[in-house]
Design a protein around this ligand. Structure first.
Ligand SMILES: Cc1cc2nc3c(=O)[nH]c(=O)nc-3n(C[C@H](O)[C@H](O)[C@H](O)COP(=O)(O)O)c2cc1C
Length: 255
């Protein structure tokens, strides 16, 4: 008599425990999903705010965040692939927003967004992350100083190569009082990003044709050469992965 009652009670307890575990795991998973969606949405909004600061809204009519290509080049300050956003107006590429890293800030890497118009002029530069010293190196933030705007309308040949330095190094850009390392790092990174743009502008500005080329290649079962494009259907977004094979990059990889 005691034994069946004991096993009934054990069964009941196990069922309660099992149900509790199922509800807990389900609840946590649901919460995680909802939070992830929220974080993603707020990250998108923050990215778009930064992009809109660089490019005036009326200079493009496409969904910037859904029009990116992945680019990879040491000139952008990292060996990792990063998205570059292609702005288009009436179907024509009007500007490219590159992400670049200045690795040599006073306190480490400085992350930048650099908008380059199709004609090679800088639309704007913004610092999106840094650890420079408040009151010294943080004047690279627009909120602290207008210095970052000194790049606007500059291009690879304006000034010429020697001018792409801080005044202390006989260049054209101001340093800050008591802080030369930070602006020196940013000027160098922007200059290198312009060199990258100059070397790859054809591919960057022609990427709207890349999915078509890739689809055609798929249909004909031909490998697209040099430019690999993956069109992902979904949420009305097409994200292309563009691997630009740079001779310099190849050389670096070989080292
Ligand atoms: C505590 C401390 C923090 C500093 N932070 C920065 C900084 O964030 N950015 C910077 O350029 N220089 C910073 N400096 C000053 C640099 O050490 C350096 O003196 C200055 O950038 C001038 O560099 P230069 O000798 O190449 O002209 C800091 C110095 C100290 C002592």
């Amino acid at each position: 008599m005691i034994i069946p009652e004991l096993s009934r009670s054990m069964l009941k307890n196990s069922l309660v425990l099992g149900l509790f575990a199922i509800f807990t795991v389900g609840g946590v998973t649901l919460l995680q999903q909802l939070t992830a969606e929220r974080i993603q949405a707020s990250e998108r909004a923050a990215q778009l705010r930064a992009l809109n600061q660089i490019l005036p809204k009326d200079s493009y009519d496409n969904q910037l965040l859904d029009s990116s290509v992945e680019v990879q080049d040491p000139l952008l300050g990292t060996r990792q692939a990063m998205p570059a956003y292609i702005a288009r107006k009436n179907g024509q590429p009007s500007a490219v927003i590159l992400q670049a890293i200045a690795p040599d800030g006073y306190s480490g890497a400085i992350h930048l967004l650099i908008g380059v118009q199709a004609d090679g002029r800088i639309a704007g530069v913004r610092v999106v992350a840094h650890r420079e010293t408040p009151g010294l190196g943080d004047k690279i933030e627009l909120a602290k100083s207008p210095w970052i705007r000194s790049f606007e309308n500059r291009s690879l040949n304006n000034p010429e190569a020697s001018g792409w330095a801080v005044k202390k190094d006989r260049g054209e850009f101001d340093q800050f009082a008591g802080a030369t390392i930070t602006p020196r790092a940013v000027v160098g990174a922007v200059h290198r990003a312009l060199q990258y743009f100059e070397a790859h502008k054809q591919e960057l500005l022609a990427t709207d044709t890349a999915p078509i080329a890739a689809e055609a290649a798929l249909e004909n079962e031909v490998e697209p050469d040099e430019v690999t494009t993956h069109s992902r259907a979904g949420a009305a977004a097409t994200r292309d992965t563009l691997q630009i094979n740079d001779p310099q990059t190849e050389q670096d990889r070989g080292q």
